[in-house]
Design a protein around this ligand. Structure first.
Ligand SMILES: [Fe+2]
Ligand SMILES: [Fe+2]
Length: 358
């Protein structure tokens, strides 16, 4: 249905309700997992810390935070053209990512309820936060005469299955990178209020603290399962997830550099800072982190950026589909080769630099 509507030239599912962006390797994903395996996890070796985090979630610091104020009540038609398109896309991607967290955490809360009560309540309270975040973003979309039908999104998206330990690596990183993304934008706009073209960014300071707490929760869960962190497989998987999260963000954001320029940020500088900080943070729990300070790291990613630009040009050309595939193949191969080189780059062993990372 999405395809046929797209072909008719409409971007709307119903008037004012946007068709969700097409899924690609780079769009936010929806996850599901083995809930029984998760319920069987013994968390007793880190139960005190998990209980303390649960208390923080119960306190609900942001209970009254997500309330729109008068600044929203004006026309936003002056944000127009390409900036408007990119702005709506930013809101949509953020809303989809937040909503995907909501669905996953809510389901975990439900499935673990009678089996692992501490984890279950933590998940339910995190889903409360994500629902607020998604709702606030969706309301912002309505300022641009758009919204997402979250019910439609729930049913229409594909769900990626990950075993619990992979869910923990991935969600830990997405929460922490979310924290660094929001706080970096917030601090930049605090210094440059003239670049704050829309009020939502004023909410990011308290908002990102939710993400930080969620990340700390996954940190504590992984510490409760030391086998997730201390063998050779864990080291390989941590490298894999760090690279996937960093490369996906970099390729996405560089493609949308005009959005960041609209709020006075250089997409490359912004991403490099967010990657550096997230990598450092991950060093508190992961046994290895990536050597993102090496110039080779960004050289490889830049080759992928160039390849992606060429791929987009081919897709948008009038070349017949089968010829397109032939033209795209070497570019895909080159991307895979760059990512493999990045994966094989010597990582930083955290145990050797404890104290330097914080
Ligand atoms: Fe969130
Ligand atoms: Fe979160």
């Amino acid at each position: 249905m999405v395809e046929s509507l797209k072909k008719s030239g409409s971007d709307e599912l119903r008037p004012g309700v946007k068709i969700p962006a097409q899924e690609t390797l780079l769009t936010p994903r929806f996850y599901t997992t083995d809930f029984d395996e998760m319920a069987r996890m013994d968390i007793s070796c880190n139960e005190d810390e998990l209980r303390a985090i649960l208390e923080e979630f119960r306190t609900d610091y942001n209970r009254h935070h997500f309330v729109r104020d008068a600044e929203f009540e004006q026309s936003w038609d002056h944000i127009d053209g390409k900036t408007r398109k990119l702005f709506i896309e930013f809101l949509e991607r953020s809303c989809t990512a937040e909503f995907s967290g909501f669905l996953l955490y809510k389901e975990m809360g439900r499935r673990l309820k009678n089996k692992s009560p501490i984890l279950a309540e933590c998940f339910t309270l995190m889903s409360r936060d994500e629902a607020r975040h998604a709702g606030f973003l969706n309301k912002a979309m309505s300022d641009f005469n758009m919204s997402l039908d979250l019910g439609f999104l729930t049913k229409s998206r594909n769900y990626t299955f990950f075993k619990p330990k992979f869910i923990f690596y991935a969600t830990y990183l997405s929460e922490k990178i979310g924290y660094w993304r929001y706080i970096t934008i917030y601090r930049h706009l605090e210094k440059h209020p003239e670049d704050r073209i829309y009020p939502i960014f004023r909410w990011f300071e308290n908002w990102c603290q939710d993400e930080n707490r969620h990340g700390d929760f996954f940190d504590a869960v992984m510490r409760a399962q030391p086998q997730m962190l201390n063998d050779w497989k864990a080291r390989l998987w941590c490298r894999f997830f760090l690279l996937s999260v960093f490369a996906t963000m970099y390729l996405n954001d560089i493609q949308r550099h005009d959005f960041y320029a609209a709020i006075g940020l250089d997409a490359r500088d912004y991403d490099k800072y967010v990657i550096k900080k997230t990598n450092e943070t991950a060093g508190r729990v992961f046994p290895v982190i990536l050597n993102v300070e090496s110039p080779k790291f960004y050289d490889c990613l830049e080759v992928c950026v160039k390849n992606n630009e060429k791929l987009t040009t081919i897709t948008n050309s009038n070349t017949p589909k089968f010829l397109q595939t032939f033209k795209k193949l070497p570019l895909y191969t080159s991307n895979a080769w760059q990512l493999l080189k990045l994966y094989l780059m010597k990582p930083i062993n955290v145990s050797l630099v404890t104290g330097a990372i914080g």
